[in-house]
Design a protein around this ligand. Sequence first.
Ligand SMILES: CC(C)(COP(=O)(O)OP(=O)(O)OC[C@H]1O[C@@H](n2cnc3c(N)ncnc32)[C@H](O)[C@@H]1OP(=O)(O)O)[C@@H](O)C(=O)NCCC(=O)NCCS
Length: 184
Amino acid sequence: MNAEHRISLPGGRTLCLRPAREADAAGLLALLKSVVDEQVYIGLESVPSSVEEELRWLRTLMRRRRTLALVATSGDRIVGFLTLEPGTFGQKDAHVATLGIMVAPDFRAQGVGRAMMDYAVTWARLHQFEKIQLEVFASNRRAYAFYRKLGFVEEGRRRAAYRLPGIGLVDAIHMALFLNLQYP
Ligand SMILES: CC(C)(COP(=O)(O)OP(=O)(O)OC[C@H]1O[C@@H](n2cnc3c(N)ncnc32)[C@H](O)[C@@H]1OP(=O)(O)O)[C@@H](O)C(=O)NCCC(=O)NCCS
């Protein structure tokens, strides 16, 4: 799945989905900063201080086996980013991929997240993953509704796991999408 996928967005714009490249470092840094600046959707508190630092992080991610770093572009701009990463315990959790996703504030609620997720689920199946897992802040109702809509189920909560600016203490909700996993 290295080819580009093109999808039509509302308003006649085209969204392009493809694996990240080194040349994406600056665009990814800009996207990451816009989401980190919102403070309440992802755990990350700061972004790399330079494009070079971002590039080093991206290279490490891209070199990891069974890892997806997917970008969504509109024109020259990176408007979405999704990662799927395998577990770290060899065969014991080789069937599980952990998901991270973000869409630029002005591109939300237009189908970008769903398009990236469809790509990611196909990729996960091709790479023999049987479960996609994630953690979402309980206060992030939009993301929670988004995951539910895509078939994720709630697995459990860690109580008062985070203290978010302007919100206070929130639970961490663990969610998962099972891909043909035979489990009682
Ligand atoms: C959560 C996020 C990834 C969703 O991506 P998106 O591009 O906004 O979502 P989409 O437009 O593709 O929506 C997909 C589906 O989710 C549903 N959905 C999206 N936002 C919703 C909301 N606020 N309430 C209810 N359903 C919602 C839509 O109805 C849509 O279903 P449809 O395709 O049948 O209409 C995006 O909003 C985002 O990046 N948020 C900030 C960062 C973040 O929260 N990341 C996740 C941290 S765990």
